[in-house]
Every structure is written in C-alpha cells, then in structure tokens.
Design a protein around this ligand. Structure first.
Ligand code: HEM
Length: 153
C-alpha cells in the first residue's frame, strides 16, 4: 500500500511541477514569439484552464498520499524526518499560491478575454506567470529537499 501511495505522490508531482515547467519554459516563450495578443491570450487561457483542472486532481492526490504515508505508515507528524516537515510546509505555500492564481487573476483573465480587453488580459496573465515562476521554484526546491533530505537528515 505504501508503494501505491508513493506512486500516486510521484505522479502528482510530475503533473504539477512538470506542467509548470512546460508552461513557463516552452509554451510561454513560443506563444510570445509567434502569436499576437488576440490569438495568444485566449489560447493561453484555454490551455491554463485545462492544466489547472489537472492540478486540482494532482493537489488532492499529493496531500492524500502524503498524509496517508505520514499517518498510515510512519505513525504521525511527530515521527517523520525534518525533510517531510519542510516538504509539507512548502507544499502548503504552493497550494495557497495555486488557489490564489485560480480564484484571483485567472477569472480576471477569462473575463477580460470575453470582453476583448487584451491589455487587461495581458496584465492578469503576467500575474499568473509571476506566481507560477515562484511555485515552479518551490516545487523544484521541495523535490530536492525531499530527496536529498532522505539521505542526510
Ligand atoms: C509539490 C509538493 C511536494 C513535492 C514536490 C514532494 C516530493 C516528494 C519526493 C521527491 C519524495 C520522495 C523522497 C524519497 O523517497 O527520496 C516525497 C516523499 C514523501 N512526501 Fe512529498 N512532496 C510534496 C508534497 C507533500 C505533502 C503535501 C505531503 C504530506 C503532507 C508529503 C509527504 C511525503 C511523505 C510522507 C513522503 C515519504 C518520505 C519518506 O519515506 O521518507 N509530500 N515527496
């Protein structure tokens, strides 16, 4: 059962952190280079909407598998390594930042696209991009802390 929990944990990390890497490092620069705002912004909103649905599932699986391992196999928060405390703490910040994106700038982006206000849509997308950069960095740090921490702490 622990193998199942950890498999779900890793799949969730791959979807969330890998998706942010792809969106920020590959999709965004290519779209900026090739498309004008009236084409680029609706495309980005459509892509992000689909990606965010996957992120909700990944976050649900990440927390449930992580808490399952902590309480089901290790005997509670008091028994786990510092790296697991750090992992869950940083993951909490990442989760709050994702919710901020989803409930604040993302609806503004969609609304601005419906009313064809592309400067406004561009500003909302810029906020989303900045928060995704922070979350991508935190995701990489968490992965390093979790993996390296297992061997050193
Ligand atoms: C984006 C957020 C997260 C990332 C990137 C992440 C990453 C990882 C990685 C890479 C490992 C494997 C460590 C290893 O075996 O070498 C791991 C294990 C683990 N994670 Fe996470 N994790 C995240 C969120 C969480 C959350 C929210 C919880 C629980 C509240 C959690 C609990 C655990 C536990 C209990 C283990 C097993 C540790 C062990 O067996 O030593 N993780 N995680």
């Amino acid at each position: 059962m622990m193998a199942l929990a950890m498999t779900l944990h890793f799949l969730s990390v791959i979807i969330w952190v890998g998706g942010m890497f792809f969106a920020h490092m590959a999709l965004r620069p290519a779209a900026n280079e090739l498309l004008e705002p009236p084409q680029r912004l609706p495309l980005m909103a459509a892509i992000l909407g689909r990606f965010f649905s996957g992120v909700w599932v990944a976050i649900g699986l990440l927390w449930s598998s992580g808490l399952w391992v902590i309480f089901g196999f290790y005997g509670g928060m008091g028994k786990v390594a510092i790296s697991v405390h750090l992992m869950s703490g940083i993951a909490l910040v990442m989760t709050v930042l994702f919710m901020f994106i989803f409930f604040v700038p993302f609806p503004k982006l969609k609304q601005a696209i419906v009313s064809k206000n592309f400067p406004e849509a561009g500003s909302s997308l810029a906020v989303i991009r900045q928060v995704i950069v922070v979350n991508l960095s935190l995701g990489v740090i968490t992965t390093v802390v979790a993996t390296v921490g297992k061997y050193f702490w």
